[in-house]
Write a protein that binds this ligand. Sequence first.
Ligand code: ATP
Ligand code: MG
Length: 876
Amino acid sequence: MKKRTGNELRDLFLEYFSNMDHMVEPSAPLVPIDDDSLLWINSGVATLKKYFDGRVIPENPKIVNAQKAIRTNDIENVGFTARHHTFFEMLGNFSIGDYFKKEAIEYAWDFLTNKDYIGFDPDLLYVTIHPEDEDAYRIWNETIGLSPERIIRIEGNFWDIGEGPCGPNSEIFYDRGTSYELDSPAEELYPGGENERYLEIWNLVFSEFNHNKDGSYTPLPKKNIDTGMGLERLASIIQDAPTNFDTDLFTPILGALEKISGSSYGQDDQIDTAFKVISDHIRTVSFAVADGALPSNEGRGYVLRRLIRRAVRFSKDLNIRRAFMYELVDTVAEVMGGFYSNVRERKDFIKEVIKKEEERFLVTLDEGIRIYEGLRDEAKKNDSVISGEAAFRLYDTYGFPYELTKEYAENDGLKVDEEGFIEEMKQQRERARNARKAGESMQVQSETLANITAPSVFTGYDSRKEEAVLTHIIKADTALESLSETGSVELLFDKTPFYAVSGGQIADRGIIENREAKLEVTSVYKAPNGQNVHVANLLSGTINTGAVYSLTVSRNDRNFIIKNHTATHLLHQALKDTLGDHVNQAGSLVEKERLRFDFSHLEGLSEAEIKTIEEIVNEKIYENMDVRISEMPIEEAKAKGAMALFGEKYGSVVRVVDIDEYSVELCGGIHVRNTAEIGLFKIVSESGIGAGVRRIEAVTSKYAAATYKAKEDQLQKIASVLKVKENQVTKKLDAVLEESKALKEENKSLKASRQDEKLSNIDALAETIEGVRVISAEVPAGNAKELRETMDNIKSKAQDAIIALASVNDDKVSLVVTVPKTLTDRIKAGEIMKGMAEAVDGKGGGRPDMAQGGGTNPANITIALQFVKNHVKSSL
Ligand code: ATP
Ligand code: MG
């Protein structure tokens, strides 16, 4: 077995399968495209769903890829096992209705044992299969020649994610020898058990059933192969490294971390765990940010936040007390940047994001400690237990790690209700799962459309009308020759001017008709083999395949859609001009009435930025720029600097939309011929849609004019309320506000002088009890300090009096009491305060001559003030 680097292994795998006529698919971005059922791409097959469920038919049914993957369900294992990461690479070969079990097993075995490739000793390999999968058993046993005791039957070997393709799987294990048994329990020591000796390297999934909507399983019309092998695990064996972290994919990162921390890797288990956690998490975060995710409080962004926080938390074990993770990004880019160039290209942006997030968390930690102290004081007063709910809130809302809460609590002699905490976590996970469940699985394969291979030519770029032959009528997934039943039906023609929804642009609407029938087109989408499928309502008559129809796209809809599409391109470039090159399209919707554009950007846009962007786009409209559309080889388009959309896959010949060299984008949509046709552009909203993605909504042409008109109407209304001309509105408003301010001040000083008057008449306030003057009153005061000032004021005029004052602010009561020194041997301010405070559900205390307090029940102020008099009477 030849020693090879991680990068060499990746190349070797791709090379082996391309030699076997597989088409190499590029590694797709970690953020799923057009698939909201997944938070992250978590396997090779996740990016190929459209092929597996038959929505799209690939150019070549044999595919190979090296796919980056994020798995957060393994997070608690990371740092503690030799083989788990949150980010790893999965090497996979796939067959879409082509080869099946036998070839898949033969390929895998050959790649692993062939001396020209991996060259493992076959005696160290074991496999698991599903107990009922006799085919797999026979192939492993008879074709490959594995002895029965090395083929282990495991019930769980069945891959099923709900609706869609599913089937049994077979996993391949490598025996790393007895020195890897460590303290694995004996009952787990077998391939497939929880241990480090038998290392699972490759999983072969034989997808042969359709899991139907009704829960039944039927054989798949086209059986698929899906396999996945962890690159890091393969590297650990080849490099004779005890763990994935000791391979060349990680050692440079560990080295950089040694420099930063001053600690050494490989001396102490606890310290090593910190090294592993940090080096794993920095890879995940760097790649995720490079692919367009950003830390935030929900979804994907929350995962990144959690990973950064977990790493920072472990950095304490390395005595690091500052933001540091961002400094590792250079090394990650160096190690991985060859195959994944975007990490290298976006390095500076990634660093900025991580640094900001780290610094933010360091502040959060301080904040969390303060909140923890509040919980601690509560717990000490009660049952010395911090509730699971409180610990969860601290974790969830303030990002304060649970381990820290536990650690602090232990130091303070307290307990944390761990069960309660786990329960809260469970509920949270449940909520997240339910939110995603809706579209978790793939679609059930539709045979009818998948079997149609005759092309349908799209002629709609240049015209809105076409005479075309109806080639297919499909109703309820069945092909018909003719149909006269009114209602919804799907139609294919030899050619069509109707645009199918794609690239954010909505489908055309319009009419299909001939002498015998009339239909209204409601939507258009692409069939697996690329033809435009018209979803239409048959309004009247009979339709027949082979007949000719006139297809007419609604001019009113189309005209406004294309204005918005070209405006979207201008907006995209204007955003880059204004905010920077990190702006990447994250989603787009081009409709008739408006356009919506989502893009990655950290902060909200300022008014000034929005104005600038709007002005740039309008300038480009006023400049009458020609929009030139041409097809060319992708290399040529790239040389022209065309913006390719993030994560989109393009063929070898691409369509380039060039707006007079200001904006050059690869795009299949329909555009205006000259920017002047757009007329006017206006941004109507800018907002965050979570995970560091911003959204702009804008309107053009008559819809833009309409928003200005609405504003004009509003201004007219305001002017008529103010009874001035429109151009006098600001002046008038200024005057009105000025006047209102003056009135408020006057009112305040009037109130104050009335109060002074009242207080100056001490005799009226005071009551004489047992020969002592007692003043017990509610007075206005903004806070406790003002209340003390009022008291000093009264005291200066009545030195000999016992004075008790109360004031109310926002449902809170403030109290002060003073007793002349000459009386404190008989009556104490503190005692009076105690009674008063009790009456208003509060607390208070102080010296014998002066006490302060407060309460939360203003309704009982009279009782509190009465208490003073009663108490004086009974004490003197
Ligand atoms: P395990 O049981 O070891 O956690 P798995 O059965 O969950 O792995 P699969 O879903 O079968 O993994 O993924 C296919 C392959 O991807 C595995 O055989 C392994 O080589 C690799 N792999 C899976 N999860 C991870 C991970 N968290 N870190 C690194 N490699 C992984
Ligand atoms: Mg597995």
